[in-house]
Design a protein around this ligand. Structure first.
Ligand code: HEM
Length: 467
């Protein structure tokens, strides 16, 4: 039963709610259909729980920005909360623990010239490893999936734990497998069943695999913490974990910092920083391979701006409007976190004149903004012109919000943007990527999950002559 003046939605079934209205392979299509019937703010029932789905820039801004604190909570009783044992920051409810931990991460990431190497240098070091791997395939084809996951994983791993893994190390394979499996399971059919039918939660059904994966990662994180505690020099932090351990030593009795939370927190950041950036890169190269004229135009701009320079710096983006437009267009079309992270209302509130009680789950349909008609010149096609004005200058429309907005906006946005720019420019400067002749047409349809992932593909790598 919908509460009074609650956003409308399809009729519900006892126990199942709207489970049967939502395809587990691609609920994005269902949301589009429901939006057409019920408007930009509608509701669905995940089993017994009502959820409000927000669509379009106007509603999104009202909720996330104008009424940011009303909508800044997180649901606390979903599959994903139970898997991650309520640790970390991503799923922490809006309040002191979240605020203290978010502030700490932003500050630590900002101060990151941590040690002697700046963030930019660390990213470049990892890109050199990517280049070495790509060089082994010159003249032939390769699947970029593992390469980009390894690179993104190592960059954030350096920041957090001060270490990287060789690409053939068993540990990185285990971690990435756990992350990618859990990303798919989290928005998948078994998570929906878990959330809709609490009675089944204790049964040995396939969703238990996600718990096991998390436990595996948590044990790895605990080993890394132990190593840090044994080797750390007070006041000389080497990485994020050291900074947190320093903070723990200073902590007052009522502090929300704890060793257990550090394990969960570092895993949150590790996961949030791996699957997002790597899938964006994968989508980016898929589109660039499928649109060779766009790839060539990027390369012309790169050659011109970087002439005589050894390596690109993040500053160079200001002289590369086309490259900037392409990267933003990749993020727009990739829609990497399609439902953002679910929010919850912190108090009884209103949205577009509907009443929404405290504690209601809120789902952002990101695609509805990233492809909203009226907001984009070419909402439904891959076209960097979406981010260029008539003078060829880079412009960022308000509806560009792949990192979300408001108090919960992605806290790794700065790092992600730096990674995407440095990686794409460096690789496009050195290599030409083409679609293999015998591979049919590129398939741009992504696989659904917490993150959207391109279907596995191969690309051909050649060295460019002009650099
Ligand atoms: C292309 C890359 C990325 C995209 C598209 C992305 C997108 C997002 C989105 C949509 C959210 C949810 C915001 C909300 O709830 O309203 C989010 C949250 C978050 N992201 Fe990212 N992200 C990316 C990279 C990263 C990286 C590299 C890190 C690690 C440093 C990171 C850390 C986080 C954290 C910790 C949160 C939770 C923030 C909170 O609850 O306060 N993300 N991200």
């Amino acid at each position: 039963q919908r509460p009074k003046n609650f956003p409308p939605g399809p009729p519900t079934l006892p126990v199942l709610g709207n489970l049967l209205h939502l395809s587990t392979d691609d609920p994005l299509k269902d949301f589009e259909r429901l939006r057409k019937s019920y408007g930009n703010v509608f509701s669905v029932f995940i089993g017994p729980q009502p959820a409000v789905v927000i669509n379009g820039l106007k509603a999104m801004k009202e909720a996330l920005v104008n009424k940011g604190s009303d909508f800044a909570g997180r649901p606390q009783d979903l599959f994903i909360n139970h898997v991650t044992q309520q640790l970390g920051v991503v799923l922490e409810n809006y309040g002191t623990t979240w605020r203290e931990h978010r502030r700490f991460a932003l500050m630590t990431l900002r101060n990151f010239g941590l040690g002697k190497t700046s963030m930019e240098d660390r990213i470049h070091e990892e890109i050199q490893q990517t280049i070495k791997t790509l060089e082994k395939s010159i003249g032939s084809t390769l699947s970029p999936q593992v390469i980009f996951h390894n690179a993104a994983s190592n960059i954030i791993c350096q920041v957090l734990y001060g270490k990287r893994f060789e690409y053939n190390d068993e540990m990185i394979k285990v971690i990435i497998k756990c992350f990618t499996d859990n990303a798919k399971m989290t928005n998948g059919p078994w998570a929906m069943i878990y959330d809709s039918l609490p009675i089944l939660r204790k049964l040995p059904l396939p969703f238990r695999k996600a718990f096991k994966n998390y436990e595996t990662c948590k044990n790895i994180a605990f080993d890394l913490l132990k190593e840090h505690k044994e080797t750390k020099v007070p006041g000389e932090p080497r990485d994020f974990v050291d900074c947190y351990l320093d903070e723990l030593e200073k902590k007052s009795a009522d502090s929300s910092f704890s060793e257990e939370r550090l394990a969960g927190y570092s895993l949150d950041l590790y996961f949030a920083g791996t699957d997002t950036t790597s899938n964006t890169l994968l989508t980016g190269f898929l589109y660039l391979v499928g649109h060779p004229h766009i790839q060539e135009r990027c390369q012309q701009e790169i050659d011109l701006v970087l002439e005589g320079k050894d390596q690109v710096s993040f500053e160079d983006r200001n002289n590369m409007p086309y490259m900037q437009a392409v990267i933003h267009e990749v993020q727009r079309i990739a829609n990497i976190v399609p439902f953002s992270v679910f929010h919850a209302t912190m108090k009884d509130t209103e949205l577009m004149e509907y009443s929404i009680p405290k504690g209601t789950m809120v789902i952002q349909n990101m695609k509805s903004v990233l492809t909203e008609e009226g907001q984009w010149k070419f909402p439904h096609e891959f076209n960097p012109e979406n981010f260029l004005n008539e003078k060829g200058e880079f412009v960022k429309p308000e509806a560009f919000m792949p990192f979300s907005a408001g108090p919960r906006v992605c806290l790794g946005e700065g790092l992600a943007r730096m990674e995407l720019f440095l990686t794409m420019v460096t690789l496009l400067r050195k290599f030409k990527f083409t679609w293999p002749e015998d591979a049919g047409e590129p398939d741009y349809t992504p696989i659904f999950g917490l993150t959207l992932t391109p279907k596995p593909y191969r690309m051909k790598v050649q060295l460019r002559s002009k650099q």
